[in-house]
Design a protein around this ligand. Structure first.
Ligand SMILES: Cc1cc2nc3c(=O)[nH]c(=O)nc-3n(C[C@H](O)[C@H](O)[C@H](O)COP(=O)(O)O)c2cc1C
Length: 201
């Protein structure tokens, strides 16, 4: 089994983002079983039809990363019972110029942490609706919602073993989903990834 190539979109772009910590915790648990690319969605301009046919380099690179991936991971905060605008903007860039939908047939998983007790249910619920519309293969179960307020220790490690175990369970199911759909996804390699400047952290 080859290691899946995962592009991760984290909707929290602040320095101490809980969702960034959650992503790093998952990446740590998965280890060398996958290749991860962290998509720099904060560097994308707001989508505009004026830019779509001659987009800036940040968009070109981002779209190459999506093409490269055979699995997409969304790690989303909840903003007013939905996803942050920065994440929606990144999703929209992947669908234009029409009809080039880069998300189509890609396996995708969603997880998230918020400071409320609904743990991003509202955000992920909205997100899954979008991902289904984009014709992605959405991992239905296990779901992963978390109140992240007290979830991490001073080294940003997940404190609770049950939470770590649940994250691994989610990953295992995602891996199976990826393996069963890889042949249908648009997983061509756009360039020499080993020598690229893509942020692999
Ligand atoms: C504009 C805004 C709206 C928010 N709305 C919600 C919400 O609907 N539900 C919730 O649980 N937390 C909400 N929060 C709190 C976030 O869960 C919290 O700020 C979280 O740490 C954001 O994720 P991050 O640390 O990865 O950036 C909101 C925060 C902001 C800034």
């Amino acid at each position: 089994m080859t290691a899946p190539r995962i592009v991760t979109l984290v909707g929290g772009i602040s320095q101490n983002s809980l969702n960034r910590k959650l992503y790093l915790a998952l990446k740590d648990l998965v280890g060398s079983k996958a290749e991860f690319i962290f998509a720099d969605i904060a560097s994308l301009p707001f989508f505009s039809k004026d830019l779509e046919n001659d987009p800036p380099d940040s968009v070109v690179e981002y779209k190459d990363q999506i093409r490269w991936a055979n699995g997409i991971l969304f790690v989303t905060p909840e903003y007013n019972r939905s996803i942050p605008g920065v994440l929606k903007n990144a999703i929209d860039w992947g669908t234009r110029p029409y009809p080039d939908n880069l998300w189509e047939n890609k396996p995708v998983a969603t997880i998230g942490a918020s400071t409320g007790n609904t743990g991003t249910f509202g955000a992920q619920n909205h997100l899954r609706q979008i991902l289904s519309y984009l014709n992605m293969y959405v991992l239905n179960q296990p779901e992963f919602y978390m109140n992240g307020s007290k979830a991490f220790d001073e080294d940003d490690k997940l404190i609770d073993k049950k939470t770590r175990d649940h994250l691994i369970k989610m990953w295992d199911a995602f891996e199976v989903l990826i393996q069963s759909h890889t042949s249908t996804s648009k997983n061509q390699l756009p360039h020499d990834v080993e020598n690229s400047t893509w942020v692999q952290h």
